[in-house]
Design a protein around this ligand. Structure first.
Ligand SMILES: Nc1ncnc2c1ncn2[C@@H]1O[C@H](COP(=O)(O)OP(=O)(O)OP(=O)(O)O)[C@@H](O)[C@H]1O
Length: 298
């Protein structure tokens, strides 16, 4: 048995969370003798609540929310450095970690899954002083993602990111990066660098099919300057999950990397869907760092 904390972001996914609270509380009561529910009110609350729960010796921390809430909860747990199990009900637009682990995207099913859930190992990433569970992006796409409005998300769902991202890539703003990947240093001009910890990026599950949640590695995809013909070649490769074979990208599988911006521009980064740290970036994978409730293995 034991004690758990349930962090709820009432604003996530069009204010769906509160409607599932009773169901989730009942489910957790089957496993834990005490369930402490904490509602978030603003940015940083989920991180603080997770950190407190870990320091108070709670056995597990769950959250209900989108990727932002999941990221904050992981940051709170990782910074506390205690062994606390993690679980979540995906309520956002994108839900990349849920897709990677195989947690149902339908909240009722995700809650029901906890009945027979098993704890699985999960790699997490660290970029400068922040932790992440899914991806880091630098370049045109992160600049564009900041522009996606709540109205666009509601109307188009994850497609909103692709529309804005596609428009931004078409503009082809190149930046000069100095990159070190597991000891190898090179310089490359690129409009976009993506670092993926799991298979799914912006809800696109076949982006990196070879990425497993506990393989102790990350993948870096550095897009080269490309013309219309290149992008027509790239699209089917993307859809088939073969981006690593594309000659329009440089692909690296790695454990540790640094990325510096050489051309003096400032450039936004995006970490798990929200604005990330400034350059230079120091990135590393923390293999099997946390245990997460996932579907029972058959
Ligand atoms: N009570 C609240 N009211 C409004 N905003 C909140 C509240 N609590 C937390 N937040 C904000 O919600 C953000 C996280 O939202 P989250 O990503 O979980 O859901 P979402 O935006 O619906 O999902 P997605 O990003 O997948 O669209 C936090 O960064 C925080 O700023």
């Amino acid at each position: 048995m034991g004690i758990c904390t349930l962090i709820v972001n009432p604003s996530s996914g069009g204010e769906k969370a509160t409607g599932y609270l009773d169901l989730m509380r009942t489910q957790l009561s089957e496993r834990f003798e005490e369930v402490a529910v904490k509602d978030t009110e603003k940015q940083g609350d989920a991180e603080l609540f997770a950190h407190e729960a870990a320091n108070h010796g709670h056995d597990a921390v769950f959250c209900m929310g989108g990727d932002g809430t999941v990221n904050e909860t992981i940051n709170g747990l990782a910074a506390a450095g205690k062994t606390v199990s993690f679980g979540f009900v995906p309520l956002g637009t994108v839900n990349d970690l849920a897709r990677a682990i195989g947690i149902p995207l339908e909240p009722e099913q995700a809650i029901a899954m906890l009945d027979k859930a098993t704890l699985v190992d999960l790699d997490i990433g660290k970029v400068n002083d922040r932790y992440f569970v899914s991806n880091v992006a630098a370049g045109a796409i992160p600049e564009a993602v900041e522009e996606v409005s709540v109205e666009q998300k509601t109307k188009y769902g994850p497609l909103a990111y692709f529309i804005e991202g596609g428009k931004a890539l078409a503009k082809q703003t190149m930046h000069r990066f100095r990159i070190t990947v597991d000891g190898e240093t090179f310089t490359q001009e690129s409009p976009l660098i993506l670092i993926a910890l799991t298979n799914s990026i912006a809800s696109f599950e076949s982006f990196m099919p070879e990425a497993k949640v506990d393989d102790g590695k990350m993948r870096m995809v550095i897009f080269k300057e490309f013309n219309l013909l290149d992008s027509l070649k790239l699209l089917p490769q993307l859809i088939r999950g073969e981006i690593k074979h594309s000659d329009t990208v440089i692909y690296k599988s790695f454990k540790r990397a640094t990325i510096a911006l050489e051309d003096g521009d400032s450039l936004l980064t995006n970490v798990d869907g929200d604005e990330g740290p400034a350059f230079p970036l120091e990135i590393e994978v923390l293999a099997s760092f946390i245990k997460v409730y996932g579907p029972a293995q058959t």
